[in-house]
Design a protein around this ligand. Structure first.
Ligand SMILES: NC(=O)c1ccc[n+]([C@@H]2O[C@H](COP(=O)([O-])OP(=O)(O)OC[C@H]3O[C@@H](n4cnc5c(N)ncnc54)[C@H](OP(=O)(O)O)[C@@H]3O)[C@@H](O)[C@H]2O)c1
Length: 301
């Protein structure tokens, strides 16, 4: 079965690109680049995923980020966290060591604004370019090539990468200077934390009251309480199904970045800090890999 959905790509000049990190998100994102006509070389730490990707999509795989990045006009990456990102970018086998002057590194990892600024500065020293570009839209967004992409960087560099990133993105937007993409993603995660807790309380309340909650959600999702979480996760929350989607472990990583940034900028995040602790409870229940909508489990078990 194909691991990506079909998409009508806007015509664009074919580029030589690399993609580092073929996880849940990276594998389909790199697949859309290949299907859109770009010349793609992939790298993955565990080589089996890279071999499987090449079998499905063509292109090439390389044994190190440096070799994957050699000759690429744009190097995309989507790995786990700040340290993972540094390990594919820096050092003798890192992507920066292989990139030619003028090439652009586009990072789709959800990471800190600090590491984005650090790698932007390092890139500039080497005559390279760097854009932080975390994504929203989940696995389904990556599979269907409809991610929302929040970018931080320079306008001219952003303009050059935007048509290429549109292979897997629906809304690709420059929101500000280096690091601003990561800060925008933090805003996104703050919104999600509060919404999922509210939705959890609402569904648990409705079930305790004996309501047909699928019917109730269907009705209220046409009114002011509507949200992406309600439409896409409400039904599975009612059914107590969480074995898919965006893992609680990743959400805790993201909320850790949010709370650290808030300590720097002085923003007050009482609800986000509380929900972060609730996600800690879910981890203790064994739910680290459950979808973030599993917040409702605390209210049931
Ligand atoms: N999943 C979602 O719904 C979602 C949505 C929005 C944003 N994100 C963000 O996107 C990023 C990736 O998420 P994902 O769900 O795709 O994760 P994932 O399935 O766990 O994949 C992580 C990828 O990073 C690679 N990697 C991790 N550490 C590495 C290291 N030290 N050196 C080299 N490669 C390393 C992994 O290689 P191996 O295969 O060798 O382990 C794998 O290819 C995260 O920052 C996440 O927060 C995820």
């Amino acid at each position: 079965m194909a691991s990506i959905g079909t998409k009508n790509y806007e015509p664009t000049v074919a580029r030589k690109v690399a993609f580092l990190g073929l996880g849940v998100m990276g594998l389909p994102m790199a697949g859309h680049l290949a299907r859109a006509g770009h010349d793609v070389t992939v790298y993955n730490r565990s080589p089996g995923k890279a071999r499987a990707w090449v079998e499905e999509f063509g292109g090439r795989s390389a044994p190190t980020p440096r070799e994957a990045a050699a000759g690429a006009q744009i190097v995309f990456a989507c790995v786990g966290n700040d340290d993972d990102l540094r390990s594919v970018v820096l050092g003798a086998d890192g992507a920066f060591a292989g990139m030619a002057p003028g090439a652009v590194f586009v990072d789709h990892t959800t990471a800190s604004a600090d590491v984005a600024r650090e790698l932007y500065a390092k890139a500039k020293e080497l005559g390279l370019n760097f854009v932080d570009a975390p994504v929203s839209g989940g696995q389904a967004g990556a599979v269907n090539g409809v991610l929302t992409i929040m970018c931080g960087g320079e306008q001219a560099v952003f303009d050059a990468i935007k048509p290429v990133a549109e292979a897997f993105g629906r809304a690709v937007t420059l929101v500000g200077a280096p690091g601003a993409g990561q800060l925008a993603k933090m805003v996104n995660q703050i919104c999600i934390a509060g919404i999922v807790q509210g939705l959890s309380e609402a569904i648990a309340f409705g079930q305790a009251a004996g309501l047909d909650m699928k019917l109730v959600l269907d009705v209220i999702s046409k009114g002011a309480a509507q949200s992406w979480q309600m439409e896409n996760r409400g039904g599975t929350m009612v059914d107590d199904k969480f074995d898919f989607g965006f893992a609680v472990d990743w959400m805790r990583k993201d909320l850790g970045l949010v709370l650290a940034e808030a300590r720097n900028n002085g923003a007050r995040l009482p609800l986000t800090a509380l929900v972060d602790q609730f996600y800690g409870d879910v981890q203790k229940m064994g739910g680290g890999r459950w979808d973030t909508s599993s917040l409702i489990k605390r209210l049931r078990d």
